[in-house]
Design a protein around this ligand. Structure first.
Ligand SMILES: [Zn+2]
Length: 288
Protein backbone atom coordinates (compact mmCIF):
# COMPACT_ATOMS: atom_id res chain seq x y z
CA UNK A 1 0.00 0.00 0.00
CA UNK A 2 1.39 3.35 -1.02
CA UNK A 3 0.87 6.25 1.19
CA UNK A 4 2.50 9.25 2.74
CA UNK A 5 1.96 11.49 5.65
CA UNK A 6 0.86 15.05 5.17
CA UNK A 7 -0.21 17.26 8.01
CA UNK A 8 -0.61 14.24 10.20
CA UNK A 9 -3.14 12.52 7.91
CA UNK A 10 -2.15 9.45 5.92
CA UNK A 11 -3.17 9.88 2.31
CA UNK A 12 -3.84 6.69 0.49
CA UNK A 13 -4.34 6.21 -3.23
CA UNK A 14 -7.63 4.44 -3.98
CA UNK A 15 -6.87 3.71 -7.63
CA UNK A 16 -6.72 0.02 -8.56
CA UNK A 17 -8.22 -1.26 -5.29
CA UNK A 18 -11.12 -3.59 -4.93
CA UNK A 19 -14.53 -2.19 -3.96
CA UNK A 20 -14.17 -3.68 -0.51
CA UNK A 21 -10.67 -2.22 -0.08
CA UNK A 22 -11.84 1.19 -1.40
CA UNK A 23 -14.75 1.10 1.06
CA UNK A 24 -12.38 0.26 3.90
CA UNK A 25 -9.86 2.93 2.92
CA UNK A 26 -12.57 5.60 2.57
CA UNK A 27 -13.93 4.61 5.97
CA UNK A 28 -10.42 4.67 7.42
CA UNK A 29 -9.85 8.14 5.92
CA UNK A 30 -12.98 9.40 7.65
CA UNK A 31 -11.82 7.90 10.94
CA UNK A 32 -8.45 9.64 10.61
CA UNK A 33 -10.13 12.94 9.74
CA UNK A 34 -12.46 12.73 12.71
CA UNK A 35 -9.56 11.75 14.95
CA UNK A 36 -7.62 14.79 13.76
CA UNK A 37 -10.53 17.12 14.46
CA UNK A 38 -11.13 15.51 17.80
CA UNK A 39 -7.46 15.95 18.74
CA UNK A 40 -7.64 19.60 17.77
CA UNK A 41 -10.81 19.99 19.83
CA UNK A 42 -9.18 18.32 22.83
CA UNK A 43 -6.09 20.53 22.53
CA UNK A 44 -8.25 23.64 22.21
CA UNK A 45 -10.29 22.61 25.24
CA UNK A 46 -7.12 21.92 27.19
CA UNK A 47 -5.77 25.36 26.34
CA UNK A 48 -9.01 27.01 27.42
CA UNK A 49 -9.05 25.00 30.62
CA UNK A 50 -5.42 25.86 31.44
CA UNK A 51 -6.05 29.54 30.80
CA UNK A 52 -9.17 29.49 32.96
CA UNK A 53 -7.55 27.63 35.86
CA UNK A 54 -4.07 29.14 35.88
CA UNK A 55 -4.67 32.57 34.37
CA UNK A 56 -4.45 35.60 36.63
CA UNK A 57 -7.07 38.34 36.52
CA UNK A 58 -6.21 40.48 33.53
CA UNK A 59 -3.81 43.11 34.88
CA UNK A 60 -3.99 46.67 33.72
CA UNK A 61 -1.56 47.41 30.92
CA UNK A 62 1.70 48.20 32.66
CA UNK A 63 4.88 49.22 30.93
CA UNK A 64 8.23 48.08 32.13
CA UNK A 65 8.84 51.39 33.86
CA UNK A 66 10.15 51.04 37.39
CA UNK A 67 7.73 52.51 39.92
CA UNK A 68 8.47 52.70 43.63
CA UNK A 69 5.92 54.08 46.09
CA UNK A 70 6.90 55.00 49.65
CA UNK A 71 3.96 54.97 52.05
CA UNK A 72 4.44 56.60 55.42
CA UNK A 73 1.94 55.66 58.13
CA UNK A 74 1.97 58.77 60.33
CA UNK A 75 3.27 58.58 63.91
CA UNK A 76 3.92 55.25 65.65
CA UNK A 77 5.30 53.91 68.92
CA UNK A 78 5.33 56.53 71.67
CA UNK A 79 4.16 59.13 69.15
CA UNK A 80 0.47 58.23 69.07
CA UNK A 81 -0.77 61.15 67.00
CA UNK A 82 -4.25 62.43 67.69
CA UNK A 83 -6.93 60.46 69.46
CA UNK A 84 -10.27 59.17 68.31
CA UNK A 85 -12.91 57.64 70.52
CA UNK A 86 -11.64 54.12 70.19
CA UNK A 87 -8.42 54.49 68.26
CA UNK A 88 -5.18 56.40 68.11
CA UNK A 89 -4.05 58.03 64.90
CA UNK A 90 -0.96 55.79 64.65
CA UNK A 91 -3.18 52.68 64.48
CA UNK A 92 -5.47 54.05 61.78
CA UNK A 93 -2.62 55.31 59.60
CA UNK A 94 -0.84 51.94 59.72
CA UNK A 95 -4.05 50.09 58.90
CA UNK A 96 -4.71 52.35 55.90
CA UNK A 97 -1.11 52.13 54.68
CA UNK A 98 -1.12 48.32 54.76
CA UNK A 99 -4.47 48.18 52.97
CA UNK A 100 -3.18 50.65 50.38
CA UNK A 101 -0.03 48.59 49.84
CA UNK A 102 -2.14 45.50 49.16
CA UNK A 103 -4.48 47.42 46.86
CA UNK A 104 -1.55 48.80 44.85
CA UNK A 105 -0.15 45.28 44.53
CA UNK A 106 -3.41 44.35 42.80
CA UNK A 107 -3.65 47.42 40.57
CA UNK A 108 0.03 47.90 39.72
CA UNK A 109 1.51 44.40 40.09
CA UNK A 110 4.97 45.50 39.02
CA UNK A 111 5.17 48.45 41.38
CA UNK A 112 7.31 48.23 44.49
CA UNK A 113 5.60 49.58 47.60
CA UNK A 114 7.72 50.37 50.65
CA UNK A 115 6.32 51.30 54.07
CA UNK A 116 8.38 53.52 56.34
CA UNK A 117 7.12 51.39 59.24
CA UNK A 118 5.22 48.13 59.38
CA UNK A 119 4.87 47.92 63.15
CA UNK A 120 4.20 50.17 66.10
CA UNK A 121 7.63 51.79 65.84
CA UNK A 122 8.76 55.15 67.13
CA UNK A 123 10.50 56.89 64.25
CA UNK A 124 11.79 60.35 63.55
CA UNK A 125 10.46 62.19 60.54
CA UNK A 126 13.96 62.26 59.07
CA UNK A 127 14.12 58.46 59.26
CA UNK A 128 10.89 58.22 57.27
CA UNK A 129 12.18 60.52 54.54
CA UNK A 130 15.51 58.70 54.55
CA UNK A 131 13.73 55.41 53.85
CA UNK A 132 11.98 56.90 50.83
CA UNK A 133 15.26 58.36 49.57
CA UNK A 134 17.18 55.13 50.14
CA UNK A 135 14.81 53.04 48.02
CA UNK A 136 14.75 55.71 45.32
CA UNK A 137 10.99 56.15 45.62
CA UNK A 138 9.17 57.87 42.78
CA UNK A 139 6.69 59.31 45.23
CA UNK A 140 6.16 59.60 49.00
CA UNK A 141 2.70 59.59 50.51
CA UNK A 142 2.41 60.26 54.23
CA UNK A 143 -0.94 59.26 55.73
CA UNK A 144 -2.45 61.04 58.72
CA UNK A 145 -5.73 61.71 60.46
CA UNK A 146 -6.67 65.10 61.81
CA UNK A 147 -7.90 66.74 64.99
CA UNK A 148 -9.05 70.23 65.89
CA UNK A 149 -8.99 72.23 69.11
CA UNK A 150 -12.78 72.25 69.54
CA UNK A 151 -13.28 68.80 68.01
CA UNK A 152 -15.70 70.38 65.57
CA UNK A 153 -13.81 70.28 62.26
CA UNK A 154 -14.49 67.75 59.50
CA UNK A 155 -13.18 66.91 56.06
CA UNK A 156 -10.12 65.73 54.21
CA UNK A 157 -7.13 67.69 52.94
CA UNK A 158 -3.75 67.09 51.38
CA UNK A 159 -0.56 69.05 51.99
CA UNK A 160 2.39 69.70 49.73
CA UNK A 161 5.66 71.37 50.48
CA UNK A 162 5.35 74.31 48.14
CA UNK A 163 4.74 77.97 48.97
CA UNK A 164 3.18 78.56 45.56
CA UNK A 165 0.57 75.87 46.12
CA UNK A 166 -1.94 78.64 46.89
CA UNK A 167 -2.58 78.80 43.15
CA UNK A 168 -4.12 75.34 43.32
CA UNK A 169 -6.50 76.27 46.11
CA UNK A 170 -7.70 79.78 46.81
CA UNK A 171 -8.48 78.86 50.40
CA UNK A 172 -4.99 77.51 51.06
CA UNK A 173 -3.70 78.32 54.49
CA UNK A 174 -7.07 79.24 55.93
CA UNK A 175 -6.92 78.47 59.63
CA UNK A 176 -3.38 77.24 59.24
CA UNK A 177 -1.45 80.40 59.92
CA UNK A 178 1.17 78.77 62.07
CA UNK A 179 1.95 76.10 59.54
CA UNK A 180 1.88 78.36 56.50
CA UNK A 181 4.28 80.73 58.18
CA UNK A 182 6.60 77.86 58.83
CA UNK A 183 6.90 77.15 55.10
CA UNK A 184 9.70 79.72 55.16
CA UNK A 185 11.77 77.08 56.86
CA UNK A 186 11.60 74.96 53.76
CA UNK A 187 13.70 77.33 51.69
CA UNK A 188 17.00 75.54 52.45
CA UNK A 189 15.50 72.46 50.84
CA UNK A 190 15.14 74.31 47.59
CA UNK A 191 18.78 75.34 47.78
CA UNK A 192 19.85 71.75 48.33
CA UNK A 193 18.02 70.36 45.38
CA UNK A 194 18.70 71.17 41.80
CA UNK A 195 16.21 73.74 40.66
CA UNK A 196 14.80 71.75 37.79
CA UNK A 197 14.27 68.65 39.89
CA UNK A 198 12.69 70.73 42.60
CA UNK A 199 10.29 72.32 40.16
CA UNK A 200 9.33 68.95 38.70
CA UNK A 201 8.85 67.38 42.11
CA UNK A 202 6.74 70.30 43.25
CA UNK A 203 4.54 70.14 40.19
CA UNK A 204 4.09 66.38 40.46
CA UNK A 205 3.33 66.58 44.18
CA UNK A 206 0.68 69.21 43.49
CA UNK A 207 -0.83 67.00 40.79
CA UNK A 208 -0.94 64.02 43.13
CA UNK A 209 -2.43 66.07 45.96
CA UNK A 210 -5.07 67.45 43.60
CA UNK A 211 -5.83 63.95 42.37
CA UNK A 212 -6.16 62.60 45.94
CA UNK A 213 -8.61 65.36 46.82
CA UNK A 214 -10.60 64.75 43.65
CA UNK A 215 -10.79 60.97 44.25
CA UNK A 216 -11.90 61.42 47.86
CA UNK A 217 -14.44 64.07 46.87
CA UNK A 218 -16.02 61.62 44.42
CA UNK A 219 -16.29 58.96 47.12
CA UNK A 220 -17.38 61.27 49.93
CA UNK A 221 -19.52 64.00 48.38
CA UNK A 222 -21.14 64.80 51.74
CA UNK A 223 -17.84 65.42 53.52
CA UNK A 224 -15.89 68.66 53.44
CA UNK A 225 -13.20 68.90 50.76
CA UNK A 226 -10.64 71.13 52.45
CA UNK A 227 -8.48 71.18 49.36
CA UNK A 228 -4.76 71.11 48.63
CA UNK A 229 -2.71 73.19 51.03
CA UNK A 230 0.90 74.17 51.63
CA UNK A 231 2.36 72.48 54.65
CA UNK A 232 5.64 72.77 56.53
CA UNK A 233 5.63 69.14 57.53
CA UNK A 234 9.11 67.92 58.23
CA UNK A 235 8.40 64.56 56.61
CA UNK A 236 7.99 66.37 53.29
CA UNK A 237 11.27 68.20 53.70
CA UNK A 238 14.39 66.50 52.46
CA UNK A 239 12.42 64.10 50.30
CA UNK A 240 14.22 63.69 47.00
CA UNK A 241 10.94 62.91 45.24
CA UNK A 242 7.44 64.39 45.01
CA UNK A 243 5.94 64.11 48.50
CA UNK A 244 2.48 64.78 49.86
CA UNK A 245 0.80 64.38 53.23
CA UNK A 246 -2.87 63.53 53.30
CA UNK A 247 -5.19 63.99 56.26
CA UNK A 248 -7.97 61.48 55.66
CA UNK A 249 -10.43 63.04 58.13
CA UNK A 250 -10.91 64.30 61.66
CA UNK A 251 -10.52 61.47 64.11
CA UNK A 252 -11.67 63.55 67.08
CA UNK A 253 -14.97 64.62 65.50
CA UNK A 254 -17.84 62.66 67.02
CA UNK A 255 -19.43 61.57 63.73
CA UNK A 256 -16.52 61.69 61.32
CA UNK A 257 -14.27 59.94 63.84
CA UNK A 258 -16.79 57.10 64.11
CA UNK A 259 -17.08 56.93 60.32
CA UNK A 260 -13.31 56.64 59.94
CA UNK A 261 -13.43 53.47 62.02
CA UNK A 262 -15.87 51.77 59.62
CA UNK A 263 -14.19 49.18 57.37
CA UNK A 264 -16.28 50.26 54.38
CA UNK A 265 -15.21 53.89 54.82
CA UNK A 266 -11.58 52.85 55.20
CA UNK A 267 -11.87 50.77 52.04
CA UNK A 268 -13.24 53.78 50.17
CA UNK A 269 -10.40 55.99 51.39
CA UNK A 270 -7.84 53.37 50.34
CA UNK A 271 -9.55 52.96 46.97
CA UNK A 272 -9.33 56.71 46.36
CA UNK A 273 -5.66 56.88 47.35
CA UNK A 274 -4.86 53.87 45.14
CA UNK A 275 -6.65 55.41 42.18
CA UNK A 276 -4.75 58.68 42.64
CA UNK A 277 -1.44 56.80 42.68
CA UNK A 278 -2.38 54.80 39.58
CA UNK A 279 -3.22 58.09 37.87
CA UNK A 280 0.12 59.46 39.03
CA UNK A 281 1.89 56.44 37.57
CA UNK A 282 0.13 56.83 34.24
CA UNK A 283 1.16 60.48 34.10
CA UNK A 284 4.76 59.48 34.81
CA UNK A 285 4.73 56.96 31.97
CA UNK A 286 3.16 59.52 29.63
CA UNK A 287 5.67 62.26 30.40
CA UNK A 288 8.84 60.12 30.59
ZN1 LIG B 1 -0.75 63.06 62.21
Amino acid sequence: MMGHASNGVVLVSLAGRSARTRFFLRWWHVVLHVAKMRTAAILLGLAVWLTATTGQPAPRPVTGRRFVVALDPGHGGSNTGCHGHRVEEKELTLRLAIELRDELARRLPRAQVVLTRVGDDTMTLAERTATANRVGADVLLSIHANASMAHDQTGFETFVLAPEIAEFDATAGQGRGREVGAVERSSPVGAMLRELEYQTNRRRAAELATSIQRQQAVRFPARANRGVRPGPFDVLMGAAMPAVLTEVGFLDHREEGADLMRPDVQAQIVDGLAEALVEYYRNLVRTD
